[in-house]
Design a protein around this ligand. Structure first.
Ligand code: KMH
Ligand code: ZN
Length: 273
């Protein structure tokens, strides 16, 4: 089986230090968490950034500072900025990090509820616009889907040329407003993507490690980190993103799956080396 790409989503936009004091806000904290994940075996850092008080921002200068700080301590890691940002942000605000020409960036492929009164807006025209801009900059999109209909949207826009083949999907399972994170849900998602695509699975909250285990067994790739879950196990907060990645590496080892280095991940994803 192909080696396992581990993505670490080190801070997200929704969790706070109240959920887990190790959630990073400052540039130094973001670099510390990225390094802990990289040292443990993560090949990709999925990146959101915050101001020092924890407010999510898509400010290009803050992204640059954080990306430079990450590169200083994890020189070969793949950095994948979010273009999702936080709910309520404008398109222009969200797109700022792509001007730094990262190797990858997220491309969210549909609108969904996001808990409480929050709506995460990604209209068809927005996805086309984001997709075209990523193609123009040779950025590989991580097609983020929170429900099965978003896979269908990505397939339609792929046929129309807004997303290049082969597509790389991230199934985000268990968001309050998207598909749940039961085994049958993941099977349905995996069966629904075009042949030749690659995929990663992220389970939110209690779905994290069951989805990781299934992803490893099924030949997919996996994402863990504070964006999705702040616990190492029920009732035990993770001390770092690295601790969560270490757990994934242990599970992978038990199941006989080797972990990909960043260079191997680049090959698997068709990124230029
Ligand atoms: N924070 C969510 C509203 C992405 O990174 O592209 C969106 C999100 C998706 O996290
Ligand atoms: Zn994200």
């Amino acid at each position: 089986m192909e080696k396992l790409i581990i993505t670490a989503c080190i801070c997200g936009a929704e969790v706070t230090k109240e959920n887990n004091p190790a959630v990073p806000y400052t540039v130094e904290e973001i670099a510390r968490e990225a390094k802990s994940a990289y040292d443990a075996g993560a090949a990709i850092i999925h990146l959101h950034v915050r101001t020092d008080d924890g407010t999510p921002t898509q400010d290009v200068n803050r992204f640059k500072e954080c990306m430079d700080a990450i590169k200083a301590v994890c020189p070969d890691v793949i950095i994948q900025p979010s273009t999702g940002g936080a709910t309520g942000m404008s398109n222009d605000e969200r797109l700022q990090p792509i001007t730094l020409n990262p190797e990858m960036a997220t491309l969210d492929c549909g609108t969904c509820n996001f808990g409480g009164d929050e709506i995460f807006v990604n209209t068809e025209n927005m996805i086309k616009d984001f997709g075209e801009k990523m193609i123009a900059r040779n950025i590989k999109p991580e097609v983020e889907v929170f429900d099965k209909g978003m896979i269908d949207m990505a397939i339609r826009l792929n046929k129309k040329g807004y997303i290049k083949s082969p597509m790389h999907f991230d199934f985000v399972m268990g968001v309050n407003g998207g598909i749940s994170g039961e085994p049958r849900d993941l099977l349905f998602m995996v069966e629904s993507i075009p042949q030749g695509s690659t995929w990663t699975v992220s389970g939110v909250g209690r779905f994290e490690y069951p989805m990781v285990t299934m992803g490893i067994l099924m030949g997919g790739h996996v994402r863990v980190g504070f964006e999705d879950n702040v616990y190492l196990e029920k009732g035990v907060l993770a001390k770092s993103n690295g601790e969560m990645v270490e757990k994934v590496v242990r599970i992978a080892k038990e199941l006989g799956r080797q972990v990909a280095t960043p260079a191997e991940a680049r090959k698997i994803l068709g990124l230029s080396e």
